[in-house]
Design a protein around this ligand. Structure first.
Ligand code: ABC
Ligand code: CA
Length: 536
């Protein structure tokens, strides 16, 4: 394994120069989403309070992220999505300060609340050294200038404060989006409200388009970005995106906030990836209570798979993000929580975990869902941290064992009112929404030929083993409403990081992660070998 790396190196370097990271290189990744201001302080302290309701900067920085990469990587993540990095308005607005980063004022400068150019470079270098990818959040749809003296008068906007689009004519004439079913309004009217209108860039103008295409190309190159999360993607005409994404030269995922699969699917054609919002709605509903509808979730997932350009691959699956109430603001039944959290990790999509979910955070709507992480002390003994760790490790083990894991679609083996069996060989996920207090004797019935006859199967969430029937079927009792995540013991490596005591696989199995070999490669780069080349 190690012997191969030096011969691979030139090819990898070349790939890195031409394209930051291809969509295919993202397939097997797992993303941790961070709001930079709320993740970690530069000085590593954890006692500084952060009052979310004040909507002000709380002090998180890029250095803070760099210093806590172990925390992220030890949970099994190999990519981090960070909130927007460009300079924002400094004003105190009706909605507080721009701590989230979505109110850009100068797209050519960095937001110095989060650190310096060197700090950002240091973060990216440290991530690459570990074999991790950086996904940058970017906004094209709007820039911001604040109405004067707390007024709601659009006429008072001073566009000259905005860089590089300093004229009123660089923006669509003001109108508020009142009808989200009117696509022209969605694209050409302004989001926000009169207290804080987000000036809608005239993305029909050729010069503006060219400037934005150049900007994205430069920022991706300058900071060695591996992928993009594109904000407000549905608010710009679809035919803007192909050239923009090509110019970026990297994998991109668009944010299309919609519960409509057909509507969202259209953006997979022009951007490549999207955040899978259409599946998020039924996902949340399915696990909110035992009354939730699991078959609606499965139906929606199948529909999405059929309509998205690459199936669900290259889309982002998530249970939480910075715009929606955290799942634990809806229910704190830990069985429901663990089931819901498992979905993104056993899906075809790239799983995304929003920081704080692993610590059991419960914030509801924006701004309450943007809690500081440092008061948690980055405690790695929390049950949900271990839950996430096991799910990431199981997914990596499955990817290592099956070369078509990230291209062969998931299937639903069995389904009942309160149970769902998801199969992605060699992984089988058992989900239920009966909840923690259920005493009903429920079973998941896994059909014949799912496993090898009489093989040992491990639930990696508690490392307990069971034996498949001679025909490869299995009947598993639900206990306390908890989900189960099954892998054949033969897929688990004795020297790996998952249920090693019951693992039956050898060294070359799932234990030696591709992450380790990537770390080695990026290690070389970090040490300077490829540095010059990388900036070509
Ligand atoms: C601030 C305050 C909020 C306040 C708001 C008016 O102003 O913090 O408390 O309510 C950034 C900040 C926010 C800030 C906004 C506006 O800017 O993070 O804190 O809110 O100043 C992206 C980002 C988001 C970011 C922006 C702006 C865009 O992820 O963090 O916000 O750069 C629309 C956009 C979507 C956008 C979202 C916030 O607004 O499409 O890109 N997210 C319907 C529409 C959606 C719409 C949504 C708004 O309403 O279809 O297009 O999203 O709430 C139903 C739901 C509907 C839902 C539909 C699909 O389903 O009930 O709400 O969506 O079931
Ligand atoms: Ca627009």
């Amino acid at each position: 394994m190690f012997g191969k790396i030096p011969t691979l190196l030139p090819a990898l370097l070349l790939a890195r120069c031409v394209l930051s990271a291809t969509p295919d290189e993202w397939r097997g990744r797992s993303i941790y989403q961070v709001v930079t201001d709320r993740f970690a302080l530069a000085d590593n302290s954890t006692s500084q309070p952060c009052d979310v309701s004040a909507r002000k900067y709380c002090g998180g920085t890029w250095k803070g992220i760099t210093n806590h990469l172990d925390y992220i990587q030890n949970m099994g993540f190999d990519a981090v999505w960070i909130s927007p990095v460009v300079e924002n308005i400094e004003n105190e607005t009706a909605y507080g300060e721009a701590y989230h980063g979505y109110w850009a004022q100068d797209i050519y400068s960095l937001n110095n609340h989060f650190g310096s150019k060197d700090d950002l470079n240091e973060l990216v270098t440290a991530m690459h050294f570990r074999g991790m990818y950086l996904m940058l959040d970017i906004v094209v749809n709007h820039l911001v200038s604040v109405p004067k003296n707390g007024s709601t008068d659009i006429q008072t906007l001073d566009f000259s404060l905005i860089q590089p689009f300093s004229n009123a004519s660089d923006y669509h004439p003001y109108c508020e989006i009142t009808d989200y079913n009117n696509q022209t309004d969605v694209e050409q009217c302004w989001i926000g409200d009169k207290k804080l209108p987000l000036a809608d860039l005239n993305t029909e103008d050729k010069d503006i388009v060219n400037t934005m295409n150049e900007w994205v190309k430069d920022i991706v190159k300058k900071y060695n970005v591996d992928g993009l999360r594109i904000d407000t993607a549905k608010h710009i005409r679809k035919d803007f995106w192909p050239e923009f994404v090509a110019s970026a030269g990297t994998f991109a995922m668009g944010e299309v906030l919609s519960d409509n699969t057909t509507y969202t699917a259209a953006y997979t054609e022009v951007i490549g990836g999207v955040l899978d919002y259409p599946t998020w709605f039924p996902l949340t509903a399915a696990f909110t209570s035992p009354k939730g509808n699991l078959s609606a979730l499965a139906t929606s997932a199948v529909q999405a798979r059929k309509q998205y350009k690459n199936g669900a691959f290259l889309t982002g699956a998530f249970l939480e993000n910075h715009d929606q109430p955290r799942f634990q603001s809806i229910t704190q039944d830990q069985a429901l929580v663990k089931n819901a959290m498992m979905w993104p990790f056993v899906h075809d999509s790239i799983p995304i975990l929003y920081y704080g979910q692993e610590q059991g955070y419960t914030g509801n709507n924006d701004p309450n869902n943007r809690e500081a992480l440092w008061p948690s002390n980055f405690d790695t003994s929390k049950p949900l941290v271990n839950h996430v760790k096991a799910m990431n490790a199981a997914r990596k083990a499955a990817i290592a064992a099956n070369s078509s894991y990230t291209t062969a679609p998931m299937s639903f083996l069995a389904q009942s009112d309160n149970g769902l069996v998801v199969s992605k060989p060699p992984l089988v996920a058992l989900l239920t929404n009966v909840g923690n207090s259920s005493t009903a004797a429920t079973t998941w019935d896994i059909p014949a030929s799912t496993f090898k006859g009489s093989e040992t199967v491990v639930n990696v969430l508690d490392c307990k083993t069971m034996t498949a029937a001679p025909d490869g079927s299995l009947h598993v009792r639900v206990q306390g409403g908890m989900p189960q995540l099954l892998l054949p013991g033969s897929v688990l490596s004795k020297s790996g990081n998952l249920c090693t005591k019951v693992a039956a696989g050898g060294k070359s199995g799932a234990g030696f992660s591709t992450q380790a070999s990537w770390s080695l490669v990026w290690g070389f780069l970090g040490l300077g070998l490829g540095k010059a080349l990388m900036h070509m």
